[in-house]
Each structure stands twice: as structure tokens, then as C-alpha cells.
Design a protein. Structure first.
Length: 254
């Protein structure tokens, strides 16, 4: 099932996307949502980010190909940072240029895990049951901020400007990451093409490992990291992240 959030006539709602129609539900997307029997044409609604995460956990160095090319060691445990929930935008929304930073800004096409049940110290064998589904993300990064001050790497600031976390457009609940490929097109040109099976830590293992440190709540998001092909974007550039079986996330920068 493909779940999405939308705005229609000034009111927000959510439902299941079936072709070109949205079947409207009520209650909680993550806790026994109720089908109202009503539907809307997809063309009638404004598609929003598919969830409102309280936490966004982002992975660094989670793909073997990127680690091998860059000379990074195999991580012994997930290496992660937190990204501000205020950075989330939906598909087709613009990624604004930061007012306080005029350096290079990079795209990073990524698979995103959406949590469906509270996860606290979850065993690996039970972790998959805490995943509601999967969506796509662009983990936008202000490259030159990361190491600008050698005494304090600025991961949070570099990753958290307004609009630096496009998500969506849907959450797919029936998806197997092990069999999928992620592609990123920049201005229509393919820049990333990598198998999701190349992760050091699979989505279920990430949920289990991270839940030992942080309690994950329904709607929280884990960005699984990116692989080769990350480059800076020019203002006016359109970036499209595609995963067959989920869809296409399109946003323009600047």
C-alpha cells in the first residue's frame, strides 16, 4: 500500500494512493487507520511530506562501494547524526538556498525507513515489525560547513537548513530493499545508481541498533545513507530520486 499525506481545500488528511485516486482515511496512519469510503482525485490535492517525523536519524558510511572508493574503514556500528525535523519538505516543493551560507550544497539520494511502532531496545529478530514502510529522501548537505571549524564538525547545521530533507511522495508498506536499486537524476542526467543491498547495515539492523540508543516513535525516519555519485547542485537544478516500487521524489534547488 502507498500511503500519503495531502492538503485539500485548506485541510490536511491522509490516505492510500490507488492509481490516480486517494482513498481518504481517518485516525492515525500508524495505528488502525479507518477507511472513510471517500476518495479524491490525486490532481485535486497538494501532496505533502508523507509523515511528520519527531526524529530524523541519518547514516554516514553505510554503503560498501562508497567506503571502498573513499578509503573509509568498515564501520563496527552505525555511524549516525540527527537532522532537524524542520528541514522536511514534500515532493515538488523547492529547496531554498540558506540565507546564512553561500557555499556548495550537495544532493544525496537515499532510502528512508519510516517507523510504525515505538521501538526501544528492539532485538534484531523483531525489528522488521517496527517498520511501517519506506520512502525516498534527499539528504541535502551544506558541504563546506561540515569541517569548517576543525574543533567541532557541524553535522547538525550542515544537514538541517529549512528544506534540506525532501521526503516522499508516498510510504510504500510492501517493499523489499534487498532487491531494489536507487537512482538519482540531476537536471535529467543520472548521477547515482546503486543497489540498496550494498548497505553495511540493513534497515532492520539499523532499527535494532539505533533503538538501543534512542527510542524511535511512529513517524520517525531513518535515512539509510548514500553511495557514489554525490555532487554539488547549482541553483535552479532539479533533482529526482527514484526507486522502482516506491516512485519518484522531485525537488528543485534554489
Amino acid at each position: 500500500m502507498k500511503w500519503l499525506r495531502f492538503r485539500h481545500r485548506g485541510a490536511e488528511g491522509f490516505g492510500v494512493l490507488d492509481g490516480e485516486r486517494v482513498w481518504v482515511h481517518e485516525g492515525s496512519m500508524f495505528d488502525a487507520p479507518r477507511d472513510t469510503g471517500a476518495s479524491l482525485a490525486l490532481a485535486e490535492v497538494e501532496v505533502l511530506a508523507p509523515c511528520r517525523p519527531g526524529k530524523i536519524v541519518g547514516l554516514w558510511n553505510n554503503f560498501r562501494a562508497a567506503a571502498e572508493k573513499n578509503g573509509w574503514a568498515t564501520p563496527a556500528e552505525p555511524l549516525y547524526f540527527l537532522k532537524s525535523p524542520g528541514s522536511v519538505i514534500g515532493a515538488r516543493q523547492g529547496i531554498p538556498q540558506p540565507a546564512s551560507y553561500d557555499g556548495r550544497v550537495a544532493y544525496e539520494g537515499e532510502l528512508a525507513v519510516v517507523i510504525g511502532r515505538q521501538a526501544r531496545a528492539v532485538p534484531r529478530s523483531e525489528a522488521a515489525a517496527h517498520i511501517f514502510g519506506y520512502t525516498m529522501a534527499n539528504d541535502v548537505t551544506a558541504i563546506e560547513l561540515l569541517q569548517r571549524d576543525p574543533s567541532f564538525p557541524q553535522w547538525t547545521r550542515a544537514k538541517s537548513f529549512d528544506g534540506f530533507c525532501p521526503l516522499g511522495p508516498v510510504i510504500e508498506t510492501a517493499f523489499d530493499p534487498a532487491a531494489a536499486v536507487l537512482r538519482t537524476l540531476v537536471g535529467g542526467r543520472e548521477r547515482q545508481n546503486y543497489p540498496l543491498a550494498d548497505m553495511f547495515f540493513s534497515p532492520a539492523e539499523l532499527v535494532s541498533r539505533i533503538s538501543q540508543d534512542l527510542t524511535l516513535e511512529p513517524g520517525d525516519v531513518i535515512l539509510c545513507g548514500t553511495s557514489l555519485g554525490v555532487l554539488p547542485m547549482k541553483p535552479g537544478t532539479t533533482v529526482e530520486v527514484l526507486i522502482e516500487g516506491i516512485g519518484s521524489l522531485v525537488n528543485s534547488y534554489g
